[in-house]
Design a protein around this ligand. Structure first.
Ligand SMILES: C[S@@+](CC[C@H](N)C(=O)[O-])C[C@H]1O[C@@H](n2cnc3c(N)ncnc32)[C@H](O)[C@@H]1O
Length: 292
């Protein structure tokens, strides 16, 4: 915005004039569910309205009904806007070493045999599905490098995917403000991050070593999964919680197919797999499952 312009020049377009109607909410909810699997019950209407209000302001649109018409279309403008709708709706909360017991499990049980395999010339493949702004795959990479400083000389790769293009671009940049560094020890900061700026403006940028272990890709979990090989372990934490049960089961079945025998699946703190519904998994710890 040009700071010499009078605020009144912008005021009218900055105001969203209507509330999100129930009919428009239902249309948007169906569209979002079809595109992402994310289920938006009526109780989420206020949240959706608040999140979309920001988007409307950016587009300088006055009304939710106009926005709803825009994204419901089939023309180029609708297709262009839909990724932004998805980005506005997805919940991207994450942090370094979230649910730390999973990283303890990696150190003590999951990674030692995989590192041995990699040292013997074998391949190790890992998937962080729904990686948001990247903290999860970077923590996996840092855990590997702490155990195997020469990991880059071996065939170890982490695939990190998310549906939302905005969080993926943050993940790829790997640059985090000091307020996001809670959970990262000083030793880890020194080994794996470059520091810039001072005081509250200090920024931490992931160094090349952890970064080189990871490929970031956009992938919708409800669409086809083009990866050919199988994974040794998959993190999919706090993602399927937003899906309906049937879709959740389909995704877990898909993970079981994509895992090596004996491979692990780590899910979020409030997610559980009923192993009667997904018999290819057995319970292997707190929110941890193993492919039978
Ligand atoms: C709450 S974050 C979880 C981040 C990380 N896994 C963690 O636990 O800290 C959920 C992520 O899932 C992504 N997501 C939601 N629906 C998705 C879908 N259908 N396919 C792929 N990613 C999806 C969102 O964009 C969001 O970044």
């Amino acid at each position: 915005m040009n700071i010499t312009s009078s605020p009144s020049e912008f005021a009218p377009t900055d105001v969203v004039e209507d509330a999100l109607s129930e009919a428009d909410f239902n249309k948007l909810a169906a569209l979002v569910q079809g595109m992402t699997g994310i289920s938006l019950p009526p109780s989420k209407k206020t949240l959706v309205q608040a999140r979309l209000a920001k988007r409307l302001r950016i587009l300088r649109m006055h009304s939710f009904s106009a926005y709803c018409k825009l994204v419901s279309g089939t023309d180029a403008a609708a297709l262009d806007e839909r990724p932004n709708l998805i980005s506005a709706i997805t919940t991207n909360v994450t942090r370094f070493y979230r649910e730390p017991h999973h990283f303890e499990d990696l150190k003590t049980r999951v990674l030692p045999p995989l590192i041995e395999r990699a040292r013997a010339g074998g391949r190790v493949r890992i998937w962080s599905a729904g990686c948001s702004t990247g903290q999860e795959p970077y923590c996996i990479a840092m855990t590997i490098l702490e155990m195997m400083p020469d990991a880059l000389r071996h065939d170890i790769k982490i695939l990190a995917t998310d549906l939302d293009h905005v969080v993926l671009s943050t993940a790829e940049k790997g640059k985090y403000g000091i307020n996001l560094m809670e959970g990262v020890t000083d030793a880890q900061k020194n080994s794996f991050f470059e520091v810039s700026g001072n005081g509250e403006d200090r920024m931490y940028t992931v160094r090349p070593e952890p970064r080189k272990l990871i490929s970031f890709k956009q992938l919708n979990l409800t669409g086809p999964w083009p990866m050919k090989g199988r994974f040794d372990f998959i993190f999919c934490r706090n993602v399927v919680i937003y899906f309906e049960h049937e879709l959740e089961i389909n995704i877990f079945d898909g993970f079981a197919e994509k895992l090596m025998p004996g491979g692990y699946l780590f899910v979020g703190h409030s997610e559980r797999i009923n192993t009667l519904e997904v018999p290819l998994f057995e319970t292997a710890g707190v929110t941890t499952y193993r492919k039978v």
